[in-house]
Design a protein around this ligand. Structure first.
Ligand SMILES: [Zn+2]
Length: 342
């Protein structure tokens, strides 16, 4: 072997390595490259074994050159392996077989749940749903409901007035919807009016400046107080169960005569007495009564021919009783920890 020949072999080996290294696409191929060139019986070892046949003077130079080459190959293979290893690690850190993060699915607000159930009950009994504006004139909110200016009943409700003249109000109840319906439709009328109402109350555990009501109205020939009791009882039983009892207590509202407040047997203890009902077994729901004939005058109904009943209920009140929510403000704070429970 001459030094010229070995120089040629070294050059060929260099070029071959560069060619092969350019083809490496993964760490397995990088391993194969290392074995082929740097392995115990690899191409570099072949050349080292030829050193012995060189003249002593040339052996040293060729040896240094081969050692230099060995170092270069080693560095190149290390770099390739490091590159593919970090790519493989990155791929491993994303495990496609793991279940994904669950998506949060929104659902109805507790007040909407209760409101929908109330509406469904009354729809089953032949009531249709009527809507009206939340901003009303004082005529619809008070006067046409037999609450004229100066009437003490106006003081019963703390009203949000929109204008200086106190003619535009945020409705204090959904009763104005009844007036709109009766103005546009002769009896028979059988509607419920669900919606938002506003009162200038200081917020506390049982008062909120915005709240929801469902108001009911039925007008026809021969409608009696017993029909009202029957409808309220049917509602109580279809909404809360067949063991529900109801009771009426005399009361006063300007737009009904006679008027009553009605109670349900406690939704939690079913009449036995508990913390929610204060041990009485009854919970107060809302007011009701026979439509005052004075109200019929405002909408040109023949009070001699028609009679009717009206009733209301607070949606928050029912939701608080049903879900044992201790503070009405929780419905409006939109705390997701609270809302998630329904
Ligand atoms: Zn109770």
């Amino acid at each position: 072997m001459t030094s010229l020949k070995i120089k040629k072999r070294i050059q060929e080996l260099k070029e071959g390595f560069l060619r092969d290294a350019a083809e490496v696409r993964d760490s397995k191929a990088a391993d194969a490259l290392r074995i082929r060139y740097l392995g115990r019986s690899g191409l570099l070892a072949d050349l080292f074994s030829l050193l012995g046949s060189l003249p002593t003077a040339e052996k040293k130079d060729a040896g240094r050159e081969l050692n230099e080459l060995k170092k270069q190959f080693q560095e190149s293979v290390d770099a390739l392996q490091a590159r593919f290893r970090s790519a493989a690690d990155a791929a491993c850190s994303f495990d496609y077989t793991l279940p994904g993060d669950p998506m949060w699915i929104g659902h109805k607000h507790p007040l909407q749940i209760v409101m929908s159930e109330i509406q469904a009950c009354f729809k089953n009994m032949g009531f249709s749903v009527a809507q009206g504006p939340e901003m009303e004139t004082e005529y619809y909110n008070f006067e046409a409901l037999n609450i004229p200016r100066g009437h003490p009943a106006r003081d019963m409700q703390d009203t949000f007035f929109i204008d200086e003249e106190k003619e535009i109000v945020l409705r204090t109840h959904t009763s104005p919807v009844q007036v709109h319906v009766m103005e546009n439709q002769q009896p028979p009328v059988r509607i419920i009016a669900p919606g938002r109402c506003y009162r200038n109350d200081t917020p506390d555990a049982t008062h909120s400046p915005v709240f929801h009501q469902v108001e009911g109205l039925c007008v026809d020939e021969g409608v009696a107080f017993s029909d009202l009791k029957g409808v309220i009882l049917a509602f109580a039983r279809s909404m809360f169960g067949s063991d529900m009892k109801i009771r009426f207590r005399p009361s006063f509202f300007p737009f009904t005569e006679p008027s009553a407040e009605y109670d349900f047997s406690c939704l939690i203890c079913r009449g036995k007495g508990c913390r929610v009902c204060g041990g009485s077994g009854w919970v107060e729901i809302s007011g009701a009564g026979m439509v005052n004939p004075e109200v019929f005058k405002y909408v040109n109904y023949d009070a001699e021919r028609y009679t009717g009943y009206a009733f209301g209920m607070g949606v928050e009140r029912i939701a608080m009783l049903l879900y044992e929510v201790p503070d009405i403000r929780m419905f409006f704070e939109n705390d997701i920890r609270f809302l998630k429970q329904f």
